[in-house]
Design a protein around this ligand. Structure first.
Ligand code: 13P
Length: 259
């Protein structure tokens, strides 16, 4: 059984001071969330504040939004996996479409970043997704397969089983136009099938595959109704602690429909 995983990606939002207050409020709202993993990815500047607010027995996982593949050196403005591990991160997003779109992250970079994350004991969440143009021109499957194959090149079969993949159609991010479960589920199946092919094992069945793109407390249950969808990567709806807590509570209460 794959454990459900809901990640709140803060993107470039919240100062360190705001982050502490957010975590305290979220903890009050979510006193029990057994059986589901909850992750937060604050900006680098708020990681320490979130870690401090989580206290000695954290119930939420701490993650970063990006990393650089070298461990240290003359790379002005970058943050390494070693630094993230040291500050208490357990996971890291790699290849988010905003990184690809605005900062030029290429498939070969995501590959180096996945390898660097694994080297430092951070669980990578590799993000993949097609643009509207890709979808409209019937290229969705090709794009997803290319992003997975290139992003996971050279990664051992056993390590593949430890990854999480986030399917985030670019056209659904921040637009209020979520993919329908009918659109998302076939891509989730394709992701599992590609992982299985890549690793030569049944890894596709073990890897958590999340959906991201305009997920809200109102539509999360529709996604989780499919056994293919193991959770969500949430942007806008995670920034308010009450809204995010509501979303998590709906996720806890929803069960996948049997096929
Ligand atoms: P939204 O939930 O705001 O569409 O963002 C999704 C996302 O990019 C999460 O990483």
């Amino acid at each position: 059984m794959r454990t459900r995983f809901i990640v709140g990606n803060w993107k470039m939002n919240k100062t360190a001071s705001e982050a502490g207050a957010f975590v305290h409020r979220l903890s009050q709202e979510l006193t029990s969330h057994a059986g589901i993993r909850i992750g937060l990815t604050p900006p680098f500047t708020a990681l320490q504040a979130v870690r401090d607010a989580l206290g000695p027995a954290p119930t939420f996982l701490l993650g970063a939004q990006n990393l650089y593949w070298e461990d240290k050196g003359a790379f002005t403005g970058e943050v390494s996996g070693a630094m993230l591990k040291d500050i208490g991160c357990q996971f890291v997003l790699v290849g988010h479409s905003e990184r690809r779109q605005y900062f030029g992250d290429q498939d070969s970079w995501t590959n180096k970043k996945v390898l660097a994350a694994l080297r430092h004991g951070l669980q990578p969440i590799l993000c993949v997704g097609e643009t509207l143009q890709d979808r409209d021109s019937g290229q969705t499957d090709l794009v997803i397969q290319r992003q997975l194959r290139a992003g996971l090149a050279g990664i051992e079969a056993q390590a593949v089983t430890t990854l999480t993949i986030a399917y985030e159609p670019v056209w659904a991010i921040g637009t209020g136009r979520a993919a329908s479960p009918e659109q998302a589920v076939p891509v989730h199946r394709l992701i599992r099938q590609t992982l299985t092919e890549l690793s030569g094992s049944d890894s596709g069945q073990h890897v958590a595959v999340l959906y991201g793109g305009s997920v809200t407390p109102h539509n999360i249950a529709d996604f989780l109704a499919s056994e293919e969808i193991d959770g969500a990567l949430v942007g806008g709806a995670c920034l308010d602690p009450v809204s995010f807590a509501t979303l998590v509570k709906v996720a806890i209460g929803s069960t996948p429909a049997k096929a």
